[in-house]
Design a protein around this ligand. Structure first.
Ligand code: SF4
Length: 185
């Protein structure tokens, strides 16, 4: 599978939001990474597509902002395509988990594509082994549904990565959660 990547060692971001209630459950700090190969029709963040755009992230500043706000229950990596900078996100993912915050990642790749990528990309593997939740798949305009929480289109899935790992299913069938983040029976 062909994957565009940020060749620099530094994390490049389009920006951050320090308190969001629309990028996952609870009040979340959101990091929008720069660069996305998916080019979904109707994408809400087209300014994040260009791999040459954005700015180098100041990880220390991001962590200081997370530490300064006790309301933040979790951190979300959005984009852009976070898994195109998987290696660069590993340190931040580590620090988020050290702070006992839950970590959610959006990706235009499906979980199955990511598990394939993880066989050759240690950064992708690490993020799949570290994050708690994943919302996967591209935004599909024909499947857009404004009633959905946290998702743009019906094809995108809520995946409980932590539960998937705990069940020993990594690389197999992912465990899905419903709108209230309860595991689907
Ligand atoms: S994956 Fe996300 S950021 Fe990338 S084009 Fe699709 S909707 Fe936009």
């Amino acid at each position: 599978m062909q994957k565009e990547i940020n060749e620099t060692k530094k994390l490049k971001i389009a920006g951050v939001i320090d308190e969001s209630i629309v990028d996952g459950p609870g009040i979340r700090y959101v990091v929008f990474v720069q660069g996305c190969p998916h080019r979904c029709e109707g994408c809400h963040n087209p300014q994040t597509h260009d791999f040459e755009g954005g700015a180098e992230a100041d990880i220390e500043k991001i962590l200081a902002e997370i530490d300064a706000d006790p309301m933040i229950s979790g951190v979300t990596f959005s984009g852009g395509e976070p898994f195109c900078q998987a290696q660069q996100l590993c340190e931040l993912a580590d620090q988020v988990k050290l702070r006992k915050k839950n970590l959610m990642i959006y990706s235009g790749y499906t979980y199955e594509q990511l598990t394939e990528m993880a066989k050759e990309d240690a950064g992708v593997k690490y993020l799949l082994e570290t994050a708690d939740r994943l919302i996967d798949g591209p935004f599909i305009l024909a499947e857009r549904d404004l009633e959905l929480s946290f998702r743009g289109s019906r094809n995108q899935r809520y995946i409980d990565l932590a539960a998937t790992r705990a069940a020993g299913k990594t690389g197999g069938e992912p465990i899905l959660v419903d709108e209230s983040w309860q595991i689907r029976k």
